[in-house]
Design a protein around this ligand. Structure first.
Ligand code: 7TS
Length: 417
């Protein structure tokens, strides 16, 4: 396997190639024979993750933090073990900074509700980017409506990368919040998140990174990055749906009011008022997705053991291969930066064929891709397309699956010619 596509991120530390055939045996779904090229949407889950959730349900199914009996203790232990796994994965200082959520969307909404609403004043600036997923966009629009704060969006250049000149100019206006994706779900662009965070912190902003597409493919060191908040979803990193993580810097989380209120997040309740539990429980009201949290911890262990550097390298090689082959298909427009600066995401448009029709033809070939606005309508408008089709790769994706995509694309072209 060539290592020539090794990214600057890996800084010359070429990872050993993945044993993709062995990895694939861990993913039962892949035995369906579908070429699953939609991992940016949701990943497949490996056997150890399924087994961990099964063990919870069959051997120690009980609520956490409550029971005085063995099953509940065991459940609590496994549930809290995920917090340490995530702390290590993100290199957070403390387990108290790791909040369980349902996913990226809930994490961002938590920050919008509990940090932004009480903190922002009319005229305050929030800086977002035009490539954001709706879940890192709509919550801030609601904050703007509620507080009178305003939003500016950093544009992209023709290669699908953020206009850093514009970003720096906006920082001169001293925004209160800067929020952006580590990796774009639609363009695959790996944003220079460390540099952007450092510049935004120097300008005095609170920084939230949407790690939905970053955590599964690059990971993050939140201390080295210096961000205040980092949100991601378990289901895109080989975990189940329904469990995700919000990392928050402790000083900020301590000062923030709760998001949801109810059981588990209180210290004392009287008829006249309530004091709240310490972190992280203050932000974890009600019974959480216990099995899913346990599955998420197992998923992070699974991915970490294989190694994110090797996974990223594998995806980049596939991306390079796909981009090159797809550029030879007449009438096929590709979006996004060169393979070296993107994660395994390949958005495209086949001239004269609606992306939904493309996806339908591909489905007939057993090739699964996403098509639509992919939860980024402002980006679609910026690209001047109603929608795109998107192939996305992960650790189990093979070159043969990309070849099936190519055959199916030529068929779609023939059918609609
Ligand atoms: N942010 C980004 C960058 C995403 O890609 C997604 C999901 C989310 C936030 C929301 O994550 P959730 O788990 O809370 O739903 N992205 C996609 C996608 O690209 N195709 O389907 C879902």
């Amino acid at each position: 396997m060539s290592t020539s596509s090794s990214s600057a991120l890996n800084a010359g530390l070429a990872a050993p190639p993945l044993d993709v055939e062995r990895i694939r045996r861990d993913f039962p779904f892949l035995a369906t024979g579908v070429a699953y090229l939609d991992s940016a949407n949701t990943s497949q889950r490996p056997l150890p993750v399924l087994a961990a959730m099964d063990a919870y349900h069959t051997q120690f199914n009980a609520n956490v933090h409550r029971g005085a009996y063995k099953a509940s203790e065991q459940a609590t232990e496994r549930y809290e073990a995920t917090r340490e796994t995530v702390r290590r994965f993100l290199n957070a200082r403390s387990r108290r900074e790791i909040i369980y959520t349902r996913g990226t969307t809930e994490g961002i909404n938590l920050v919008a509700h509990s940090w932004a609403r009480p903190s922002l004043r009319p005229g305050d600036l929030m800086v977002l980017t035009i490539m954001e997923h709706h879940s890192n966009l709509v919550p801030w629009q609601l904050v703007a409506e509620a507080t009178g704060a305003r939003i500016e969006y950093v544009d992209i250049d023709e290669g699908g990368e953020l206009r850093q000149d514009q970003f720096r100019a906006l920082l001169e206006q001293e925004p209160k919040l800067v929020a952006f994706a580590q990796v774009s779900n639609n363009l695959g662009t790996i944003n220079p998140y460390r540099e952007m965070t450092a510049a935004a912190k120097a300008a005095g902003a609170v920084v939230l990174i949407d790690g939905a597409q970053g955590a599964p493919h690059l990971g993050v060191d939140v201390q080295a990055t210096g961000c205040d908040f980092y949100a991601f979803s378990g289901h895109k990193i080989c975990g189940p749906t329904g469990a995700g993580i919000l990392y928050g810097r402790r000083e900020l989380l301590e000062a923030m009011p709760p998001f949801m209120a109810g059981g588990d997040m209180i210290k004392t309740v009287t008829t006249s008022g309530t004091t709240f539990a310490p972190l992280p429980e203050k932000f974890e009201a009600g019974t959480q997705a216990i099995a899913q949290v346990i599955g998420l911890g197992t998923a992070i262990d699974y991915v970490s053991e294989i190694g994110l550097a090797a996974i990223h390298e594998h995806e980049q090689q596939l991306t390079e291969y796909a981009l090159e082959a797809m550029s030879e298909i007449d009438g096929l427009r590709l979006f996004g930066p060169p393979a070296q600066r993107r994660a395994g995401v390949v958005p495209f448009d086949l001239a004269g064929v609606h992306p939904h029709d493309v996806a339908t033809i591909l489905d007939r070939h057993g090739v699964a891709v996403r098509a639509g606005h992919n939860c980024a309508q402002p980006l679609m408008r910026r690209l001047d397309v109603p929608a795109v089709a998107r192939a996305s790769f992960y650790l189990y994706t093979t070159r043969a699956e990309v070849d099936r995509l190519l055959v199916a694309l030529r068929d779609a072209q023939r059918i609609f010619a």
